[in-house]
Design a protein around this ligand. Structure first.
Ligand SMILES: N[C@@H](CCC(=O)N[C@@H](CS)C(=O)NCC(=O)O)C(=O)O
Length: 211
């Protein structure tokens, strides 16, 4: 059975947990304790040199080192339910939204959080190298998140799902990112964002989103 390297409080492995649950792909879980920087240990570095979670170790020993690899593998290994589009145009739309949410929302939150939180001093980026915080990037990240929320609310108005007419990987990525915005005391589902809130309530009916 595949082994998911996970950490409950971190958003990136939550994306993989939800994806695997939606796909119905059984797996074991090993916790990598980010709080004690276990991701930088020699033992974990040997598994994933990127020193990040999630990683998924397959039964043949191959390690998928990030969400992009895990999603691509899961979709190819188990095509149903399709989460990355059902035809060429749907695949393009899901890929586009997934990348936009990663770049414009996930990264904005990470910039704001990692460049301001005292616990992240010297660790402004994940990975094997240490980087100092840049306070101006924290402010920019917060601005980028506010702008993204406005655009996302307009996009979701009149829609059920982020991309295409079906639930997809883009919904997982967006919900995990926007749930995580609470670390910045931002409520993406407040009264100013009714379409976003309605979409999130729709997702809450899916058991995987309680993971
Ligand atoms: N591109 C990666 C990003 C993974 C990532 O940044 N994970 C964070 C947890 S949310 C991590 O492992 N952080 C370790 C650290 O901060 O040193 C993916 O989505 O798979």
């Amino acid at each position: 059975m595949p082994v998911l390297y996970d950490f409950a409080r971190a958003p990136s492995p939550r994306r993989a947990r939800i994806l695997l649950a939606e796909k119905g792909i059984a797996h074991e879980t090993r916790i990598v304790d980010l709080a004690s920087q276990e991701q930088l240990s020699d033992a974990y570095r040997a598994i994933n040199p990127a020193c990040t979670v999630p990683a998924l170790a397959l039964e043949d020993g191959t390690v998928l080192p990030d969400n992009a690899a895990i999603a691509a593998w899961a979709e190819a290994a188990q095509p149903e339910p399709a989460l990355m589009g059902r035809d060429p145009l749907e695949k393009a739309e899901v890929a586009s939204w997934n990348a936009r949410i990663e770049g414009e929302c996930f990264m904005a939150i990470a910039e704001a959080m990692r460049n301001s939180a005292p616990a992240m001093a010297g660790r402004a980026l994940p990975g094997p190298n240490d980087y100092a915080q840049i306070p101006e990037l924290a402010r920019r990240g917060r601005d980028r998140l506010d702008h993204f929320l406005e655009r996302f609310e307009r996009h979701m108005t009149g829609r059920d799902w982020v991309a295409t007419h079906h639930f997809s990987l883009a919904d997982i990525t967006a919900a995990v990112a926007l749930d995580f915005a609470r670390v910045l005391r931002v409520d993406a589902y407040d009264a100013a964002h009714p379409a976003t809130a309605a979409w999130r309530a729709r997702l809450a009916q899916r058991p995987a989103f309680s993971l």
